[in-house]
Design a protein around this ligand. Structure first.
Ligand code: NAD
Length: 187
């Protein structure tokens, strides 16, 4: 069975503490720091083999040193060719893939429009697009490549997509809220 879950819905992270994940291969995006690294560390402590995927190669290399049986992959999750190549490399390095945590995400907050005296300032398209590219398209691309691997190997798998309470809308987060709502919907 291939299960795709989002962290605000069905999945209880406490279940990780009792799950047998020894020697399962789990890819975590945005794993060089923050929540991604914390999840990678917890999974590693439970015996999983971790593929850390991140844009920041120096931070990824430092993170890899802290986990046994982990490998790091420099990858921009918003770039299709990099994502395709990364998941092929993970399969070559580990032989298979059992799980993905789609965690990489960025913030570029700003009001869609705001007034400054008589002037109306608009949120630049680039500020919208950057967040959609990483937080929505990146989740799609990594989820697609992981799911394709899991279907091909025929042994099931789990994909966890990290959304946010902002998926219901948040002031100054037009881009982030729309992306996170999209993540919840696609999941
Ligand atoms: N921190 C919170 O309070 C919170 C709340 C709700 C949801 N989230 C979500 O959890 C996830 C992690 O948040 P965090 O606070 O740990 O973030 P963070 O900024 O600490 O770490 C994000 C990591 O993602 C990497 N990254 C950024 N763009 C990337 C790209 N294009 N390709 C590959 N890697 C990239 C960064 O290099 C960094 O290592 C995000 O999806 C975020 O939206 C966080």
């Amino acid at each position: 069975m291939l299960a795709v879950v989002t962290y605000h819905h069905q999945f209880k992270f406490d279940r990780l503490r009792t799950m047998d994940i020894k020697n399962k291969v789990i890819a975590v995006t945005g794993a060089a720091r923050g929540l991604g690294f914390a999840m990678a560390k917890l999974l590693s402590e439970k015996g999983a083999l971790i593929a850390l995927i991140d844009l920041d190669i120096e931070a990824t290399n430092n993170a890899v040193k802290e986990l046994p049986n982990a490998k790091g992959y420099a990858c921009n999750v918003a770039q299709e060719h990099e994502v395709v190549q990364t998941f092929l490399q993970i399969k070559e390095d580990f032989g298979h893939l059992d799980g993905l945590i789609n965690n990489a995400g960025i913030l570029k907050d700003g009001l869609m429009v705001k007034t400054n005296d008589d002037e109306v300032q608009k949120l630049p398209l680039a500020q919208w697009q950057a967040v959609i590219d990483v937080n929505l398209t990146g989740v799609f691309l990594c989820g697609r490549e992981a799911a394709a691997s899991m279907v091909e190997q025929g042994s099931g798998g789990v994909i966890i997509n990290i959304s946010s309470v902002s998926r219901a809308g948040n002031f100054g987060q037009t881009n982030y809220s729309a992306a996170k709502a999209g993540v919840a919907a696609m999941t």
